[in-house]
Write a protein that binds this ligand. Structure first.
Ligand SMILES: Cc1cc2nc3c(=O)[nH]c(=O)nc-3n(C[C@H](O)[C@H](O)[C@H](O)COP(=O)(O)OP(=O)(O)OC[C@H]3O[C@@H](n4cnc5c(N)ncnc54)[C@H](O)[C@@H]3O)c2cc1C
Length: 392
């Protein structure tokens, strides 16, 4: 089967890219290996900077109807301290959280409605160059098919290994961070507050998501997780990590009490923060694959959606048979990507580094308590008010 573009992965980056390209009149296929709806390791907070884009994509109304309450305050829970500050608004609007089971399904449905051909559940297992075309081999339930296109967009995220040329190599370091996430019902947290919490060996966040679900997600070092697991051999990895967090952070323990997670803990990783080539080997890359911030700033969904939009804008008038024009579009997209996202990735890396210092809980919390405006400033620095150019 022949398309203009094949997009691999239907997370927020893939569906947004596919949708935007289909709106330009391109013949687009998207390949997603999971059956939707599916839960995913993610805090689920979506910054208000995406609202204009959601409206442009035709999903704004559904998003507003489903998402959790507006987040108007940012918090910092460390040891016994619970500190709060104002969340900066983006054009007078505030971010909200929506479960990834719902958000990803919403965006993929919009892409399908825009004419994108959806291959699901199909996994892309190979990308090969055939003269002027790309051939993407996909597999599902023992069957294989070959899709061909002028251009390929890799949107399969950064956390899974595999044989695609766009997949990242494996890492194995003690300071690798693993992600965990669970939903809780009947938890005790103000509805407009999104606290960041820190604990020895990691950090996390809490926010009310849709339909009364509190989303708790965290990143924990490989070695600290291993130690927690060896202390609690009867618990799953997520349960052991959460136990480690709750004994060191009063705010988390008080929020959740003895409530069991709704649906259990999900795990992913190691996560791969950093900036990578947005165009390489003739493959365009969006979302986490192009670059990933430490989840401490909760901006990954925004960068995923917005990178898809930036790429589609650069490809708008490009003839895919013209290799030089594709290369030039790739360079322009890379530059636009860095301009839009580099600062928040650097800021997130800086925050994560500071909080990773041994003793940071006792050293940093008193400072933040004295100057809570640091939290508001940090939220600004991390992109909470950075609108996508041309989309205010
Ligand atoms: C603990 C934690 C908390 C976070 N909290 C937040 C938050 O609150 N707010 C926020 O904005 N960001 C948050 N993030 C970051 C956010 O989850 C990611 O940045 C975002 O999911 C990236 O989107 P993506 O579309 O690039 O990739 P993904 O969401 O990973 O989507 C990739 C898709 O590709 C599919 N796929 C993979 N391989 C293949 C293949 N070979 N063939 C076909 N399909 C394939 C996968 O099934 C998946 O559906 C958090 C991350 C972590 C780890």
């Amino acid at each position: 089967m022949m398309f203009d573009v094949i997009v691999i992965g239907a997370g927020p980056a893939g569906s947004s890219t596919a949708l935007a390209l289909a709106r330009q009149g391109r013949a687009v296929a998207i390949v997603e290996k999971s059956v939707f709806p599916r839960r995913k390791v993610c805090g689920e907070f979506v910054s208000a900077t995406n609202l204009s884009l959601f409206d442009t994509f035709g999903v704004g109304e559904a998003w507003r109807a489903e998402a959790g309450p507006e987040v108007r305050r940012v918090g910092f829970f460390a040891g016994g301290r619970k500190i709060e500050a104002t969340m900066p608004a983006a054009s007078g609007r505030y971010g909200r959280a929506l479960g990834r089971d719902l958000l990803d399904t919403l965006l993929l449905s919009a892409a399908r409605n825009a004419g994108v051909e959806v291959f699901q559940p199909w996994q892309a297992i190979d990308i090969a160059r055939e003269e002027t075309l790309n051939a993407v081999r996909i597999s599902s339930g023992g069957q294989q098919r070959l899709l061909r296109a002028h251009a390929v967009v890799a949107a399969h995220g950064s956390w899974e290994q595999g044989r695609l040329p766009s997949q990242l190599p494996k890492t194995q370091r003690p300071d690798d961070l693993f992600g965990f996430k669970a939903h809780f019902r009947d938890a005790r947290l103000a509805t407009d507050l999104m606290p960041l919490f820190i604990f020895p060996g990691g950090y996390g966040g809490m926010v009310w998501s849709d339909h009364g679900r509190l989303s708790i997600s965290c990143c924990i070092r490989r070695d600290v997780l291993a130690a927690a697991r060896s202390r609690h051999r009867d618990l799953s990895a997520g349960e052991a990590a959460f136990h480690h967090i709750a004994v060191s952070c009063r705010g988390v323990a008080e929020t959740v009490g003895n409530i069991a997670p709704d649906g259990g803990w999900l795990a992913a990783g190691p996560i791969r923060p950093g900036i990578r080539p947005a165009y390489a080997d003739g493959i365009f890359r969006v979302g986490n694959l192009a670059g990933e911030s430490h989840p401490i700033i909760a901006e990954g969904i925004s960068m995923a959606i917005q990178s898809g939009w930036l790429l589609a804008a650069e490809l708008e008038d490009v003839g895919f048979l013209n290799r030089a024009a594709c290369e030039a579009a790739g360079r322009r997209y890379s530059a636009a990507w860095r301009k839009q996202f580099s600062l928040r990735i650097a800021a997130a890396a800086g925050f994560a580094k500071i909080l990773a210092f041994p003793g940071s809980v006792t050293a940093i919390a008193p400072l933040v308590e004295r100057l809570p405006g640091i939290l508001t400033f940090g939220a600004r620095l991390s992109g909470k008010t950075t609108i996508v150019p041309g989309l205010d």
